[in-house]
Design a protein around this ligand. Structure first.
Ligand code: FRU
Length: 510
Protein backbone atom coordinates (compact mmCIF):
# COMPACT_ATOMS: atom_id res chain seq x y z
CA UNK A 1 0.00 0.00 0.00
CA UNK A 2 1.25 3.49 -0.83
CA UNK A 3 0.32 6.69 0.95
CA UNK A 4 1.15 10.03 -0.58
CA UNK A 5 3.40 12.38 1.27
CA UNK A 6 1.94 15.90 1.03
CA UNK A 7 5.01 17.75 2.31
CA UNK A 8 7.25 16.16 -0.28
CA UNK A 9 4.77 16.77 -3.11
CA UNK A 10 4.51 20.41 -2.06
CA UNK A 11 8.28 20.68 -2.23
CA UNK A 12 8.14 19.61 -5.85
CA UNK A 13 9.93 16.27 -5.96
CA UNK A 14 6.79 14.12 -5.97
CA UNK A 15 8.13 11.56 -3.55
CA UNK A 16 5.78 9.00 -2.09
CA UNK A 17 5.86 7.23 1.20
CA UNK A 18 5.86 3.47 0.83
CA UNK A 19 4.63 1.84 4.00
CA UNK A 20 6.75 -1.18 3.09
CA UNK A 21 9.85 0.96 3.52
CA UNK A 22 8.88 1.94 7.07
CA UNK A 23 8.23 -1.66 8.03
CA UNK A 24 11.59 -2.74 6.69
CA UNK A 25 13.36 0.04 8.59
CA UNK A 26 11.56 -1.01 11.75
CA UNK A 27 12.58 -4.64 11.29
CA UNK A 28 16.21 -3.59 10.84
CA UNK A 29 16.07 -1.32 13.90
CA UNK A 30 14.79 -4.17 16.10
CA UNK A 31 17.52 -6.48 14.85
CA UNK A 32 20.22 -3.93 15.71
CA UNK A 33 18.71 -3.24 19.16
CA UNK A 34 18.84 -6.95 19.97
CA UNK A 35 22.51 -7.10 19.08
CA UNK A 36 23.61 -4.09 21.16
CA UNK A 37 24.29 -5.83 24.51
CA UNK A 38 26.75 -8.12 22.71
CA UNK A 39 28.74 -5.08 21.54
CA UNK A 40 29.60 -4.11 25.12
CA UNK A 41 31.66 -7.26 25.44
CA UNK A 42 33.23 -7.16 21.96
CA UNK A 43 37.01 -7.24 22.24
CA UNK A 44 38.21 -5.31 19.21
CA UNK A 45 35.75 -2.40 19.04
CA UNK A 46 37.54 0.77 17.98
CA UNK A 47 37.78 3.64 20.44
CA UNK A 48 37.90 6.70 18.18
CA UNK A 49 37.01 5.43 14.73
CA UNK A 50 33.44 5.45 13.47
CA UNK A 51 31.68 2.08 13.63
CA UNK A 52 28.06 1.01 13.17
CA UNK A 53 26.20 0.19 16.40
CA UNK A 54 26.57 -3.53 15.54
CA UNK A 55 26.86 -5.91 12.56
CA UNK A 56 28.42 -5.21 9.16
CA UNK A 57 29.34 -1.93 7.50
CA UNK A 58 31.15 -1.09 4.28
CA UNK A 59 31.39 2.08 2.15
CA UNK A 60 30.77 5.58 3.48
CA UNK A 61 27.80 7.07 1.59
CA UNK A 62 26.10 10.45 1.29
CA UNK A 63 28.67 12.53 3.18
CA UNK A 64 27.33 16.04 3.55
CA UNK A 65 27.07 19.07 5.79
CA UNK A 66 23.31 19.66 6.17
CA UNK A 67 21.39 21.90 8.56
CA UNK A 68 24.33 22.51 10.87
CA UNK A 69 25.59 18.94 11.15
CA UNK A 70 27.86 16.51 9.37
CA UNK A 71 25.94 13.51 8.05
CA UNK A 72 27.56 10.16 7.43
CA UNK A 73 25.57 7.38 5.80
CA UNK A 74 27.05 3.96 5.22
CA UNK A 75 26.46 0.59 3.60
CA UNK A 76 24.89 -1.50 6.30
CA UNK A 77 23.69 -5.04 6.85
CA UNK A 78 21.63 -4.73 10.06
CA UNK A 79 21.06 -8.48 10.32
CA UNK A 80 24.52 -10.09 10.35
CA UNK A 81 28.23 -9.29 10.75
CA UNK A 82 28.85 -10.07 7.08
CA UNK A 83 27.89 -8.46 3.78
CA UNK A 84 24.27 -8.84 2.60
CA UNK A 85 20.95 -7.08 1.99
CA UNK A 86 22.27 -3.55 1.91
CA UNK A 87 20.62 -0.77 3.90
CA UNK A 88 21.92 2.75 4.55
CA UNK A 89 22.94 3.40 8.16
CA UNK A 90 23.08 7.02 9.32
CA UNK A 91 24.95 9.10 11.90
CA UNK A 92 25.50 12.82 12.56
CA UNK A 93 28.29 14.81 14.13
CA UNK A 94 29.11 18.41 14.94
CA UNK A 95 32.87 17.89 14.69
CA UNK A 96 33.47 14.78 12.50
CA UNK A 97 34.92 13.09 15.59
CA UNK A 98 31.98 12.39 17.94
CA UNK A 99 29.05 10.67 16.26
CA UNK A 100 25.42 10.10 17.15
CA UNK A 101 23.69 7.14 15.54
CA UNK A 102 20.36 8.00 13.90
CA UNK A 103 17.60 5.69 12.63
CA UNK A 104 18.53 3.81 9.46
CA UNK A 105 17.88 5.94 6.38
CA UNK A 106 17.20 3.41 3.63
CA UNK A 107 16.02 -0.19 3.55
CA UNK A 108 15.31 -2.42 0.56
CA UNK A 109 11.55 -2.25 0.01
CA UNK A 110 10.62 -1.70 -3.65
CA UNK A 111 10.74 -3.87 -6.73
CA UNK A 112 13.79 -1.94 -7.94
CA UNK A 113 15.81 -2.33 -4.67
CA UNK A 114 14.38 -5.31 -2.80
CA UNK A 115 16.82 -8.17 -3.16
CA UNK A 116 18.72 -10.06 -0.49
CA UNK A 117 21.92 -10.05 -2.56
CA UNK A 118 21.41 -6.38 -3.44
CA UNK A 119 19.29 -3.66 -1.87
CA UNK A 120 20.37 -0.05 -1.45
CA UNK A 121 23.95 0.11 -2.67
CA UNK A 122 26.32 3.07 -2.44
CA UNK A 123 25.70 6.65 -3.48
CA UNK A 124 25.93 10.28 -2.45
CA UNK A 125 23.94 13.20 -1.02
CA UNK A 126 23.15 16.75 -2.12
CA UNK A 127 21.10 19.53 -0.64
CA UNK A 128 18.36 20.89 -2.91
CA UNK A 129 16.51 23.84 -1.42
CA UNK A 130 15.80 22.76 2.14
CA UNK A 131 15.80 19.09 1.27
CA UNK A 132 18.45 16.44 1.72
CA UNK A 133 18.49 14.20 -1.34
CA UNK A 134 20.19 10.80 -1.40
CA UNK A 135 21.22 9.19 -4.66
CA UNK A 136 21.72 5.50 -4.10
CA UNK A 137 21.99 2.38 -6.26
CA UNK A 138 18.84 0.30 -6.32
CA UNK A 139 19.88 -3.31 -6.87
CA UNK A 140 17.24 -5.91 -7.73
CA UNK A 141 17.05 -9.22 -9.52
CA UNK A 142 15.04 -9.84 -12.67
CA UNK A 143 12.97 -12.99 -13.25
CA UNK A 144 15.72 -14.43 -15.46
CA UNK A 145 18.19 -14.07 -12.57
CA UNK A 146 20.01 -10.99 -13.91
CA UNK A 147 21.02 -8.45 -11.33
CA UNK A 148 20.02 -4.86 -12.20
CA UNK A 149 21.76 -1.80 -10.75
CA UNK A 150 20.26 1.68 -11.24
CA UNK A 151 20.54 5.14 -9.66
CA UNK A 152 17.60 5.97 -7.38
CA UNK A 153 16.57 8.99 -5.32
CA UNK A 154 15.23 9.42 -1.78
CA UNK A 155 14.57 12.76 -0.06
CA UNK A 156 14.06 14.16 3.39
CA UNK A 157 12.94 17.48 4.80
CA UNK A 158 14.28 16.79 8.30
CA UNK A 159 17.50 14.93 7.52
CA UNK A 160 16.24 11.83 9.35
CA UNK A 161 13.22 10.35 7.57
CA UNK A 162 13.74 9.56 3.89
CA UNK A 163 11.10 8.90 1.28
CA UNK A 164 11.86 7.17 -1.99
CA UNK A 165 11.06 9.04 -5.19
CA UNK A 166 8.05 7.58 -6.98
CA UNK A 167 9.75 7.86 -10.36
CA UNK A 168 12.63 5.61 -9.29
CA UNK A 169 14.95 4.52 -10.72
CA UNK A 170 15.94 7.94 -12.06
CA UNK A 171 17.97 6.26 -14.81
CA UNK A 172 16.13 3.28 -16.25
CA UNK A 173 19.01 1.36 -17.75
CA UNK A 174 22.72 1.59 -18.41
CA UNK A 175 23.86 3.17 -21.71
CA UNK A 176 25.62 1.30 -24.52
CA UNK A 177 28.92 2.73 -23.21
CA UNK A 178 28.48 0.85 -19.93
CA UNK A 179 27.57 -2.54 -18.53
CA UNK A 180 25.38 -4.23 -15.89
CA UNK A 181 27.88 -2.90 -13.38
CA UNK A 182 26.26 0.50 -13.13
CA UNK A 183 26.44 1.87 -9.62
CA UNK A 184 27.45 4.33 -6.91
CA UNK A 185 26.11 7.66 -8.29
CA UNK A 186 28.07 10.70 -7.17
CA UNK A 187 26.10 13.92 -7.71
CA UNK A 188 27.33 17.52 -7.57
CA UNK A 189 26.24 20.91 -8.84
CA UNK A 190 28.11 23.30 -11.07
CA UNK A 191 26.44 26.35 -12.59
CA UNK A 192 23.03 25.51 -13.99
CA UNK A 193 23.49 21.74 -13.96
CA UNK A 194 23.61 18.85 -11.58
CA UNK A 195 26.13 16.23 -12.69
CA UNK A 196 26.08 12.53 -11.86
CA UNK A 197 29.11 10.25 -12.25
CA UNK A 198 28.29 6.52 -12.26
CA UNK A 199 30.82 3.68 -11.88
CA UNK A 200 30.75 1.14 -14.71
CA UNK A 201 32.83 -0.86 -17.21
CA UNK A 202 33.04 -1.78 -20.87
CA UNK A 203 34.87 -4.71 -22.46
CA UNK A 204 36.58 -5.56 -19.19
CA UNK A 205 37.85 -2.06 -18.44
CA UNK A 206 36.68 0.29 -15.72
CA UNK A 207 35.03 3.58 -16.65
CA UNK A 208 32.94 6.41 -15.27
CA UNK A 209 29.78 7.49 -17.09
CA UNK A 210 28.43 11.02 -16.81
CA UNK A 211 24.89 12.42 -16.73
CA UNK A 212 23.49 15.89 -16.15
CA UNK A 213 20.17 17.29 -15.02
CA UNK A 214 18.48 20.58 -14.20
CA UNK A 215 16.00 19.13 -11.69
CA UNK A 216 17.61 16.01 -10.12
CA UNK A 217 14.98 13.72 -11.62
CA UNK A 218 15.47 13.90 -15.42
CA UNK A 219 18.98 12.89 -16.40
CA UNK A 220 20.62 13.34 -19.78
CA UNK A 221 23.52 11.06 -20.70
CA UNK A 222 26.68 13.01 -21.60
CA UNK A 223 29.19 10.25 -22.30
CA UNK A 224 32.24 8.57 -20.82
CA UNK A 225 33.86 10.88 -18.28
CA UNK A 226 37.02 8.80 -17.83
CA UNK A 227 38.16 5.23 -18.31
CA UNK A 228 40.92 2.74 -17.71
CA UNK A 229 43.55 2.19 -20.38
CA UNK A 230 43.93 -1.30 -18.99
CA UNK A 231 46.12 -0.39 -16.04
CA UNK A 232 43.35 0.30 -13.56
CA UNK A 233 41.16 -2.77 -13.46
CA UNK A 234 38.01 -4.20 -14.97
CA UNK A 235 35.39 -2.00 -13.31
CA UNK A 236 35.43 1.31 -11.40
CA UNK A 237 33.37 1.51 -8.21
CA UNK A 238 32.49 4.52 -6.09
CA UNK A 239 33.47 7.43 -8.38
CA UNK A 240 34.00 10.76 -6.66
CA UNK A 241 34.71 14.15 -8.22
CA UNK A 242 35.74 17.57 -6.91
CA UNK A 243 37.73 20.68 -7.73
CA UNK A 244 40.59 21.72 -5.50
CA UNK A 245 42.85 24.73 -5.79
CA UNK A 246 42.11 25.12 -9.50
CA UNK A 247 42.53 21.42 -10.33
CA UNK A 248 39.88 18.78 -10.93
CA UNK A 249 40.16 15.44 -9.19
CA UNK A 250 38.55 12.05 -9.77
CA UNK A 251 38.62 9.32 -7.13
CA UNK A 252 37.61 5.76 -7.89
CA UNK A 253 38.02 2.23 -6.54
CA UNK A 254 39.12 -0.21 -9.25
CA UNK A 255 37.95 -3.83 -9.25
CA UNK A 256 40.03 -6.64 -10.75
CA UNK A 257 43.54 -5.64 -9.62
CA UNK A 258 45.72 -7.84 -7.44
CA UNK A 259 44.93 -5.61 -4.44
CA UNK A 260 41.95 -3.40 -3.72
CA UNK A 261 42.92 0.26 -3.59
CA UNK A 262 41.50 3.73 -4.09
CA UNK A 263 43.04 5.80 -6.87
CA UNK A 264 43.03 9.53 -7.48
CA UNK A 265 43.52 11.19 -10.82
CA UNK A 266 44.32 14.91 -11.05
CA UNK A 267 43.43 16.67 -14.30
CA UNK A 268 40.82 18.89 -15.88
CA UNK A 269 37.11 18.40 -16.38
CA UNK A 270 35.31 19.88 -19.37
CA UNK A 271 31.76 20.65 -18.24
CA UNK A 272 30.37 21.09 -21.72
CA UNK A 273 31.38 17.71 -23.12
CA UNK A 274 31.73 15.88 -19.79
CA UNK A 275 35.29 14.77 -20.45
CA UNK A 276 37.94 14.44 -17.78
CA UNK A 277 41.56 14.70 -18.98
CA UNK A 278 43.97 13.10 -16.50
CA UNK A 279 47.43 14.54 -15.81
CA UNK A 280 48.79 12.64 -12.83
CA UNK A 281 47.62 9.92 -10.48
CA UNK A 282 48.33 8.26 -7.18
CA UNK A 283 46.84 6.12 -4.44
CA UNK A 284 44.82 7.70 -1.68
CA UNK A 285 46.23 5.21 0.83
CA UNK A 286 48.94 2.64 0.17
CA UNK A 287 48.07 0.29 3.03
CA UNK A 288 45.87 -2.79 3.36
CA UNK A 289 42.56 -1.39 4.48
CA UNK A 290 41.22 1.68 2.77
CA UNK A 291 38.58 1.41 0.06
CA UNK A 292 35.57 3.12 -1.54
CA UNK A 293 36.40 6.60 -0.19
CA UNK A 294 33.95 9.45 -0.57
CA UNK A 295 34.69 13.17 -0.25
CA UNK A 296 32.64 16.28 0.47
CA UNK A 297 33.25 19.96 1.13
CA UNK A 298 32.53 21.41 4.54
CA UNK A 299 31.72 24.90 5.85
CA UNK A 300 35.34 25.41 6.83
CA UNK A 301 36.20 25.27 3.12
CA UNK A 302 37.92 21.90 3.39
CA UNK A 303 37.63 18.89 1.13
CA UNK A 304 37.30 15.92 3.43
CA UNK A 305 37.53 12.26 2.55
CA UNK A 306 36.54 9.18 4.54
CA UNK A 307 37.19 5.61 3.40
CA UNK A 308 35.91 2.23 4.44
CA UNK A 309 38.73 0.93 6.63
CA UNK A 310 38.67 -2.53 5.10
CA UNK A 311 38.93 -4.02 1.67
CA UNK A 312 37.20 -6.87 -0.04
CA UNK A 313 40.47 -8.68 -0.56
CA UNK A 314 41.35 -9.23 3.05
CA UNK A 315 40.17 -12.81 2.68
CA UNK A 316 43.41 -14.23 1.22
CA UNK A 317 45.01 -13.53 4.58
CA UNK A 318 42.07 -14.52 6.71
CA UNK A 319 39.63 -17.25 6.95
CA UNK A 320 36.20 -15.67 6.67
CA UNK A 321 35.26 -12.23 7.85
CA UNK A 322 37.92 -12.04 10.52
CA UNK A 323 38.03 -12.00 14.30
CA UNK A 324 35.45 -9.28 14.94
CA UNK A 325 32.78 -11.34 13.23
CA UNK A 326 32.78 -13.71 16.22
CA UNK A 327 31.90 -10.68 18.34
CA UNK A 328 28.96 -9.78 16.10
CA UNK A 329 30.30 -6.82 14.15
CA UNK A 330 32.56 -6.06 11.23
CA UNK A 331 33.99 -2.89 9.74
CA UNK A 332 34.88 0.71 10.59
CA UNK A 333 35.62 3.97 8.81
CA UNK A 334 39.03 5.55 8.36
CA UNK A 335 39.83 8.78 10.17
CA UNK A 336 38.45 11.76 8.24
CA UNK A 337 41.27 13.29 6.18
CA UNK A 338 41.47 16.72 4.66
CA UNK A 339 42.72 16.79 1.06
CA UNK A 340 45.29 19.27 -0.21
CA UNK A 341 47.01 19.60 -3.56
CA UNK A 342 50.76 19.76 -3.09
CA UNK A 343 51.27 21.60 -6.38
CA UNK A 344 53.45 18.76 -7.70
CA UNK A 345 50.90 16.38 -9.16
CA UNK A 346 50.24 14.67 -5.83
CA UNK A 347 47.55 15.04 -3.23
CA UNK A 348 48.11 15.10 0.52
CA UNK A 349 45.66 13.54 2.95
CA UNK A 350 45.96 14.88 6.49
CA UNK A 351 43.98 13.77 9.55
CA UNK A 352 41.54 16.58 10.41
CA UNK A 353 42.62 18.95 13.17
CA UNK A 354 39.47 18.22 15.25
CA UNK A 355 41.06 14.90 16.27
CA UNK A 356 43.40 16.81 18.55
CA UNK A 357 40.59 17.23 21.08
CA UNK A 358 40.93 13.51 21.88
CA UNK A 359 44.52 13.92 23.04
CA UNK A 360 45.36 13.25 26.70
CA UNK A 361 48.41 12.31 28.78
CA UNK A 362 50.98 14.07 26.63
CA UNK A 363 54.58 12.86 26.70
CA UNK A 364 57.49 14.66 25.05
CA UNK A 365 60.90 13.21 24.27
CA UNK A 366 63.61 15.74 23.47
CA UNK A 367 66.20 15.37 20.70
CA UNK A 368 67.64 11.84 20.79
CA UNK A 369 70.24 10.02 18.70
CA UNK A 370 69.10 6.44 18.29
CA UNK A 371 71.63 3.65 17.61
CA UNK A 372 71.04 -0.10 17.05
CA UNK A 373 72.13 -1.10 20.56
CA UNK A 374 69.58 1.18 22.18
CA UNK A 375 66.04 1.03 20.74
CA UNK A 376 63.93 3.83 22.15
CA UNK A 377 60.86 2.73 24.13
CA UNK A 378 57.95 5.10 23.40
CA UNK A 379 55.58 6.27 26.14
CA UNK A 380 52.21 5.63 24.50
CA UNK A 381 49.65 5.96 27.31
CA UNK A 382 47.81 2.61 27.68
CA UNK A 383 49.44 1.31 24.49
CA UNK A 384 46.12 0.66 22.71
CA UNK A 385 44.78 3.99 21.45
CA UNK A 386 47.29 6.74 20.93
CA UNK A 387 49.00 9.13 18.54
CA UNK A 388 52.72 9.53 17.86
CA UNK A 389 54.22 12.61 16.18
CA UNK A 390 57.93 12.27 15.38
CA UNK A 391 60.38 14.42 13.44
CA UNK A 392 63.51 12.97 11.91
CA UNK A 393 66.54 14.96 10.84
CA UNK A 394 67.33 13.71 7.33
CA UNK A 395 70.51 15.78 6.94
CA UNK A 396 72.25 13.80 9.70
CA UNK A 397 70.72 10.43 8.77
CA UNK A 398 73.35 7.68 8.94
CA UNK A 399 71.10 4.67 8.77
CA UNK A 400 69.69 2.56 5.92
CA UNK A 401 66.65 1.54 7.86
CA UNK A 402 64.73 2.68 10.88
CA UNK A 403 61.41 1.41 12.18
CA UNK A 404 58.57 1.67 14.67
CA UNK A 405 57.28 -1.42 16.41
CA UNK A 406 53.77 -1.05 17.76
CA UNK A 407 51.24 -3.12 19.68
CA UNK A 408 54.12 -5.33 20.83
CA UNK A 409 53.56 -8.26 23.16
CA UNK A 410 55.41 -11.45 23.86
CA UNK A 411 54.86 -12.79 20.37
CA UNK A 412 53.11 -9.93 18.64
CA UNK A 413 54.37 -6.80 16.93
CA UNK A 414 53.50 -4.63 13.93
CA UNK A 415 56.45 -3.02 12.17
CA UNK A 416 56.55 0.17 10.10
CA UNK A 417 59.93 0.37 8.36
CA UNK A 418 61.53 3.33 6.60
CA UNK A 419 64.03 1.93 4.12
CA UNK A 420 66.35 4.54 2.74
CA UNK A 421 68.13 2.25 0.27
CA UNK A 422 64.92 1.35 -1.55
CA UNK A 423 63.10 4.57 -0.67
CA UNK A 424 60.27 2.57 0.81
CA UNK A 425 57.83 2.59 3.67
CA UNK A 426 56.76 -0.94 4.65
CA UNK A 427 53.80 -1.99 6.82
CA UNK A 428 54.47 -5.51 8.08
CA UNK A 429 51.65 -7.49 9.69
CA UNK A 430 53.43 -10.85 9.68
CA UNK A 431 53.58 -10.90 13.48
CA UNK A 432 50.71 -8.54 14.27
CA UNK A 433 48.36 -11.20 15.61
CA UNK A 434 47.19 -14.69 14.83
CA UNK A 435 44.68 -13.64 12.14
CA UNK A 436 46.07 -11.02 9.83
CA UNK A 437 49.26 -11.01 7.82
CA UNK A 438 50.87 -9.59 4.72
CA UNK A 439 53.46 -6.97 3.96
CA UNK A 440 52.75 -3.79 1.97
CA UNK A 441 55.29 -1.29 0.71
CA UNK A 442 55.10 2.03 -1.06
CA UNK A 443 57.58 4.55 -2.37
CA UNK A 444 58.73 7.18 0.06
CA UNK A 445 60.99 9.73 -1.57
CA UNK A 446 63.76 10.45 0.95
CA UNK A 447 65.03 13.96 0.36
CA UNK A 448 68.70 14.49 1.12
CA UNK A 449 68.03 17.20 3.68
CA UNK A 450 65.31 18.64 5.86
CA UNK A 451 62.96 16.83 8.16
CA UNK A 452 60.62 13.91 7.87
CA UNK A 453 57.39 14.29 9.81
CA UNK A 454 55.65 11.10 10.88
CA UNK A 455 52.21 10.82 12.49
CA UNK A 456 50.85 7.49 13.60
CA UNK A 457 47.35 6.75 14.91
CA UNK A 458 46.87 3.48 16.75
CA UNK A 459 43.44 2.21 17.80
CA UNK A 460 42.23 -1.12 19.21
CA UNK A 461 42.32 -2.81 15.81
CA UNK A 462 44.00 -0.46 13.34
CA UNK A 463 47.06 1.64 12.54
CA UNK A 464 47.17 4.67 10.22
CA UNK A 465 50.44 6.34 9.33
CA UNK A 466 50.82 9.78 7.68
CA UNK A 467 54.23 10.88 6.41
CA UNK A 468 55.13 14.47 5.55
CA UNK A 469 51.71 15.99 6.11
CA UNK A 470 49.85 13.17 4.41
CA UNK A 471 51.94 12.96 1.22
CA UNK A 472 52.20 9.20 1.91
CA UNK A 473 49.49 7.38 3.87
CA UNK A 474 49.17 3.73 4.88
CA UNK A 475 46.37 2.09 6.87
CA UNK A 476 45.94 -1.44 8.08
CA UNK A 477 43.81 -3.42 10.49
CA UNK A 478 45.42 -5.61 13.12
CA UNK A 479 43.99 -7.75 15.93
CA UNK A 480 46.61 -8.03 18.65
CA UNK A 481 45.89 -9.12 22.17
CA UNK A 482 44.79 -6.28 24.43
CA UNK A 483 47.91 -7.04 26.49
CA UNK A 484 50.17 -6.20 23.51
CA UNK A 485 50.84 -2.58 24.34
CA UNK A 486 54.58 -2.01 23.78
CA UNK A 487 55.92 0.60 21.35
CA UNK A 488 59.46 1.48 20.32
CA UNK A 489 61.60 3.21 17.70
CA UNK A 490 64.79 1.50 16.49
CA UNK A 491 67.44 1.59 13.76
CA UNK A 492 69.00 -1.32 11.86
CA UNK A 493 72.44 0.28 11.49
CA UNK A 494 74.17 3.67 11.78
CA UNK A 495 72.18 6.28 13.65
CA UNK A 496 69.06 8.43 13.38
CA UNK A 497 68.51 11.79 15.02
CA UNK A 498 65.00 12.07 16.31
CA UNK A 499 64.46 15.80 16.61
CA UNK A 500 61.39 15.30 18.75
CA UNK A 501 58.75 12.78 19.66
CA UNK A 502 55.38 13.70 21.08
CA UNK A 503 52.80 11.13 22.09
CA UNK A 504 49.27 11.29 23.42
CA UNK A 505 46.70 8.78 24.55
CA UNK A 506 43.49 9.23 22.54
CA UNK A 507 40.14 9.19 24.35
CA UNK A 508 37.22 7.07 23.30
CA UNK A 509 34.43 8.78 21.38
CA UNK A 510 31.81 6.23 22.41
C1 FRU B 1 32.20 -0.98 -2.91
C2 FRU B 1 30.87 -1.61 -3.31
C3 FRU B 1 30.05 -0.64 -4.16
C4 FRU B 1 28.65 -1.09 -3.90
C5 FRU B 1 28.71 -1.48 -2.46
C6 FRU B 1 27.79 -2.60 -2.07
O1 FRU B 1 32.74 -1.54 -1.76
O2 FRU B 1 31.07 -2.81 -4.00
O3 FRU B 1 30.39 -0.61 -5.51
O4 FRU B 1 27.71 -0.10 -4.15
O5 FRU B 1 30.05 -1.86 -2.19
O6 FRU B 1 27.76 -2.79 -0.70
Amino acid sequence: MKISHPAAVREGLHVEEHTGHRERLEKAFLSVQKQLPKMKKAKYRQRYHFMAPAFWINDPNGLIWYQGEYHLFYQYNPFAPCWGEMHWGHAVSSDLVHWKHLPLALAPSEDYDDYELGGCFSGSAVQHGEKLCLFYTGVCCEKNGDEVQRPCLACSGDGVNFTKYRGNPVIRSFPADGSRDFRDPKVWKSGRFWYMAVGSSKNGRGRILLYRSVNLTDWEYMGVMAGSDGKWGTMWECPDFFSLQGKDVLLFSPVGLKDRKAVYSIGSFNESNGNFTPESEGEVDWGFDFYAPQSFSDPKGRRIVIGWANSWDWMPWWNGYGPTQCDGWCGAMSLPRSIKWSGEGVLRFEPIEELQQLRKNHAHLPKTIVVPERPLPLPVDDGISYEICAEIDLSSLKSDEFYFQLRCGREEKTTLTFDRLHNQLTFDRTHSDSYSGGVKSCLLPFSSGGRMRIRIFVDTSSIEIFVNDGATVMSGNIYPDLGSTGASFAVRNGSVTLLSVDTWGLSSIW
